[in-house]
Design a protein. Structure first.
Length: 403
C-alpha cells in the first residue's frame, strides 16, 4: 500500500481554533479581557467601599472593566489608572488611605464634596507620579501637611475654599519642581463693600482634570481659615509666579523676602487678612510685579516703594488699610491699569502724572484726606464721582468745581 502523507492544516483553520479557545477562556474568566490593571481595580473598589458606595461611583462594578468606570482615566498604553476625578458628587467621610495605593496616579481631583471631611491623609505622599492635586470646596480640616513636599512631580496644587481651621506655622520646604496652585487669577476687580467671591473655574462645567487657564507655578491657598504669620520661606520657591493667600485669618507682617521672588509678572494677593505693620521697602526691589493686592488688612506707613517709573506693575489694590502718606510725591508707572487706594489716611493732592497713564481703567481714592483740584486730562474725568468721594477738599470734574 502506498502511504499518503496527511495534508497540512490550513492556516485559516488554525486561526479559527485559536480564536475559539481564546473566546471560550474569556467567557470563563472575564477579567482576562479587561484592560484595567487588576491591582488598581482592587484599590478602586476599596475606595468605593470606604466612601460607603456613593451614587456617583455606581459604575464601579466588579464585573466591568475599570478603565470604563466613571471618574476614572487609564493610560492608553499601560492601562494603569492615571486620573481620579470626582466633581460635585456625594462623597462622604475622610479621603481613604487606599488612594495612596494608586501608584501611577497623576491627577487627583476631588472638587465640591461638602461632606468630604477630616485631614489630608499622609498616604497621598505615596503618589510619586502625582502632577495635579485639587481638593477645593470641601470640608477638610487640619493643617497644611509637610508631606506634600515629597510630591516632587507636583505642578498644580489646588486647595481653595477648604473649610479648615489650619495653621500656617509650618516651614515650607518644597522642592524646585513643586508649585502650589489653585486657580488661574483672572482679571482683578476693584474692591467694593459687596464684592462677591471669585468663582471657581470648574463650578460651571469647567475642565475637570486640568486647571482653567492656569498661571504656571501658582500657589493659591485662598478662601480658607489659615492663621498665623506668612512664612518668609515662600520666596525661595524659584518657579513661583503667583501667590494667593487672600481671604484667610493671617496675622503678622509681610515678609521682607517677598521682594526676592524670581518669577516674572508676579501676582501677589494677600487681601482680606489681618496683616499689620508697614509694607516692606524691599517689596519694591522687585520691578516686575504685575499685580499687588494687599487690600482689607491693617497695614500702615508709606507704600511709595511699590511705585516708580521703572516698574511694570499693572494692578494695585491697597484699599481699606491704615496707610498714611503724601500722594502728591508718588511717581506712578505708565503700565498702571488699576489703582485702588480707598479708605486710608492719604494726604496731599493728586499728582499731574496720573493724566499720563493711558491704560488707567480703574481708579478709586475715596475716603481719604486729599485736597486740591483733580488734574484735567487722561482718564481722570472718565471715572464716577464716587471714585473721589469723602476727601477733605478735592474739587474739579467729576466733582464740583473748585471755588
Amino acid at each position: 500500500y502506498q502511504l499518503h502523507k496527511p495534508k497540512p492544516m490550513k492556516s485559516k483553520s488554525v486561526t479559527t481554533i485559536i480564536f475559539t479557545l481564546i473566546f471560550s477562556t474569556t467567557l470563563l474568566d472575564p477579567s482576562l479581557s479587561e484592560l484595567c490593571n487588576q491591582n488598581d481595580k482592587k484599590v478602586l473598589l476599596q475606595i468605593k467601599k470606604a466612601f460607603n458606595d456613593p451614587y456617583v461611583l455606581t459604575s464601579w462594578h466588579e464585573d466591568t472593566d475599570c478603565c470604563d468606570w466613571y471618574c476614572v482615566t487609564c493610560d492608553p498604553k499601560t492601562h494603569r489608572i492615571t486620573a481620579l476625578t470626582v466633581i460635585t458628587g456625594s462623597l462622604t467621610g475622610p479621603i481613604p488611605t487606599q488612594v495612596g495605593d494608586l501608584h501611577y496616579l497623576e491627577n487627583l481631583d476631588l472638587h465640591k464634596q461638602v461632606n468630604l471631611t477630616g485631614p489630608i491623609p499622609p498616604a497621598i505622599a505615596k503618589l510619586k507620579n502625582l502632577k495635579f492635586l485639587r481638593l477645593n470646596w470641601n470640608s477638610l480640616t487640619g493643617s497644611v501637611p509637610d508631606f506634600l513636599s515629597q510630591l516632587t512631580n507636583l505642578t498644580f496644587l489646588d486647595k481653595t475654599r477648604i473649610s479648615a481651621l489650619i495653621e500656617l506655622s509650618f516651614t515650607i520646604a518644597f522642592t524646585p519642581k513643586i508649585s502650589l496652585g489653585i486657580r488661574a487669577i483672572t482679571a482683578p476687580q476693584m474692591s467694593t463693600d459687596n464684592q462677591s467671591s471669585p468663582q471657581d473655574p470648574a463650578a460651571d462645567g469647567g475642565n475637570t482634570t486640568t486647571p482653567a487657564n492656569p498661571i504656571p507655578a501658582a500657589a493659591n491657598l485662598s478662601f480658607n481659615n489659615l492663621t498665623g504669620p506668612i512664612p518668609a520661606s515662600l520666596s525661595k520657591l524659584p518657579n513661583l509666579r503667583s501667590l494667593r493667600l487672600d481671604r484667610n485669618k493671617l496675622t503678622g507682617s509681610i515678609p521682607e523676602s517677598f521682594g526676592e521672588f524670581k518669577g516674572e509678572d508676579f501676582y501677589l494677593v494677600l487681601s482680606h487678612n489681618q496683616l499689620s505693620g508697614k509694607i516692606p521697602d524691599l517689596l519694591g526691589k522687585k520691578k516686575d510685579f504685575a499685580n499687588i493686592d494687599l487690600s482689607r488688612n491693617k497695614l500702615e506707613g508709606d507704600p511709595n516703594a511699590l511705585f516708580g517709573s521703572d516698574k511694570t506693575i499693572q494692578f494695585v489694590d491697597l484699599s481699606r488699610n491704615l496707610l498714611e502718606f503724601n500722594m502728591s510725591k508718588i511717581e506712578f508707572p505708565k503700565s498702571l491699569a488699576t489703582l485702588d487706594l480707598n479708605h486710608n489716611k492719604i494726604i496731599g493732592s493728586l499728582p499731574v502724572g496720573l493724566t499720563a497713564l493711558d491704560d488707567l481703567r480703574g481708579f478709586n481714592v475715596s475716603y481719604n484726606r486729599l485736597c486740591g483740584k483733580i488734574p484735567v486730562g487722561g482718564n481722570l474725568q472718565s471715572f464716577e464721582d464716587t471714585s473721589y468721594f469723602h476727601n477733605r477738599c478735592l474739587c474739579g470734574a467729576p466733582l464740583q468745581s473748585c471755588k
